[in-house]
Design a protein around this ligand. Sequence first.
Ligand code: NCD
Length: 308
Amino acid sequence: MIRHLLSGADLDAATATQILDTAAEMATVAGREVKKLPALRGRTVVNLFYEDSTRTRISFEAAAKRLSADVINFSAKGSSVAKGESLKDTALTLQAMGADAVVVRHPASGAPHRLANWVDGSVVNAGDGTHEHPTQALLDAYTMRSRLGRLAGLHVAIVGDVLHSRVARSNVLLLSTLGAKVTLVGPPTLIPVDIAAALAPGTDVCYDLDAVLPGVDVVMMLRVQRERMNDSYFPSAREYARRYGLDAPRMRRLPEHAIVMHPGPMNRGMEITPEVADSPRSTIVEQVANGVSVRMAVLYLLLGGNNR
Ligand code: NCD
C-alpha cells in the first residue's frame, strides 16, 4: 500500500480497487447499532484545515472515529497560524505530538506534498488549492460503481468550472485509471487549454452540454467557484445557468439509467436546479454517506490496518 495519498495519480487500478472494495466492507459498519471498529485504536489522526470545509472535515473526523483513532482537529483560525507560523513549523509540532496521519486541506496547490516531506506519518490530501482532491474522486468512483455496477467503459461528463476544480482533476486521473471515459464540458474560459490531454489521454472536451447528455452514464456538475475567480469568466449567472446549468428539461435528455452527481456545496439555481438536485437520479446525499466509508478505507489501508 502507498504511504501518502496526495493525488489521483498515486493510485494504480489495483490499489484504487482495493480501496473501493475495503470501503464496501466499511459501509456495513454504518448499518450496525455500534458504528465502530477497533482497527486504529491508539493511533492519532490530525485534521489540519486551512480552508473552510463542512463535509470533508466532518467526513474525515467521522471516518477516523469509527476506526477508534484519536482525532485532533486543527483549524487555522484561532491557532498560531493566525500569528504567522509557517506550514513547516506546524508540521514539526504535529510530528512531535506523534501524529500517525495528517489530513490536510490548504489553499495552496502542492502544500500536502511539502508536508509529506516533513512528517513521518501518512499525509492525505483533502483538497489543495485548485489542484487535487483524491478522496473526493474515490468516493465519486465508489458511488458510480455502486449505482451502475461497474466503472470500466462508463462515460462520465464533468461539467462547469473545471479551471478551478480540484475535484475535476482528481476525477479525470482516477476514472481514466479505472477505465472510464471522461468528457469535460463548460465554457471555453473555464476549461484550461490542453488540460484533457495533459491529465489523461482519451479525455475529451466539449463546449455544448446538450450534445453530450444523451450519450453519458454519469453527469457530474461542478460548483462555480466564485471565491477563486478574480475575473469575469462568463457574462452573467443567468447566462451561465442557461447554457451550462442542469435543469429538468436537460435532465430528460439523459439516458434512463444515468445518474447526476455533485460534490457539494451546490449553488442551487446556478449549475443545478433544486428539482434536479433533489430528484431520484441525484446521488448527492449518497456521495456524502459514501465519503465516510471511503475515508475509513483510506485511513485503514494507509495506516497499515492489515500490514504495517
Ligand atoms: C469540493 C472542494 O472543496 O474541493 N467540495 C468538497 O470537498 N465536497 C468542491 C467545491 O468546493 O466546489
